[in-house]
Design a protein around this ligand. Structure first.
Ligand code: 5GP
Length: 200
């Protein structure tokens, strides 16, 4: 038996209209990113920082694709309001466990969309004076960018569509899909459509 069995996915798969990146494509790209990071950070003992929840599968896969000593830490954020979300201002619900002053920090993101959240968090982390602060994003919606954000390691470019899977949710579901895809129109709740954002 293969694990997980295809039958187990039927309920979730029924709501997917198209797979944009298969599990195999994602895993192959993660291995390449891990190899590049292992090479670039040799001897640096970097700290990988992820923002919950969407990043959890990517960070777990990436960490295992890196072949040098690393540490991992997490932050959790929430929006104060719709207005603050539009400005990229977020409330830090869970801060890092460790101090990052003088450390080589690699900020790991699931998807960079407008770039507002990333920009806000990078400014916050920069104020703690890490030795270096770089960004690794699995997905990049470059066409939606409102603010210039440097991405040093990138998995894939995404079109301007709302995607789910590989950590990305719609109403907290679909994070456990191993691929990234589009939802059928009727999978959205009444009154909502692809324009709806995620819960982070
Ligand atoms: P930004 O501040 O760059 O606009 O927002 C980035 C965050 O928006 C991501 O970390 C993710 O939580 C959410 N996001 C952006 N695009 C998508 C998408 O297509 N699907 C899902 N599920 N979340 C998204």
């Amino acid at each position: 038996m293969t694990f997980p069995s295809p039958v187990a996915y039927q309920q979730l798969m029924g709501n997917i209209s198209e797979i944009l990146f298969s599990a195999e494509q994602i895993q192959a790209r993660v291995l390449e990113l891990g190899a590049a990071i292992s090479r670039d950070y040799e001897g640096c003992h970097p700290l990988l920082v992820g923002v919950l929840k969407g990043v959890f599968p990517f960070l777990a896969d990436l960490a295992r694709a890196i072949t040098i000593p690393i540490e991992v830490d997490f932050m959790a954020i929430a929006s104060y309001s719709a207005e603050s979300r539009r400005n990229g201002v977020v409330r830090i619900q869970k801060d890092l466990d460790s101090a990052i002053g003088g450390r080589h920090v690699l900020f790991v993101e699931d998807v960079v969309d407008t770039g507002l959240t990333l920009n806000y968090l990078l400014r916050n982390l920069r104020s703690r004076e890490p030795a270096t602060l770089h960004v690794c994003a699995m997905f990049d919606k470059g066409s939606r960018r409102l603010i210039r954000t440097p991405i040093h390691y990138k998995g894939f470019d995404l079109p301007d569509r709302f995607v789910v899977g590989y950590g990305l949710d719609y109403r907290e579901l679909y994070r456990n899909l191993p691929f990234v895809g589009l939802l059928k129109a009727d999978a959205f709740s009444p009154g909502e459509s692809e324009k709806k954002g995620s819960s982070k």
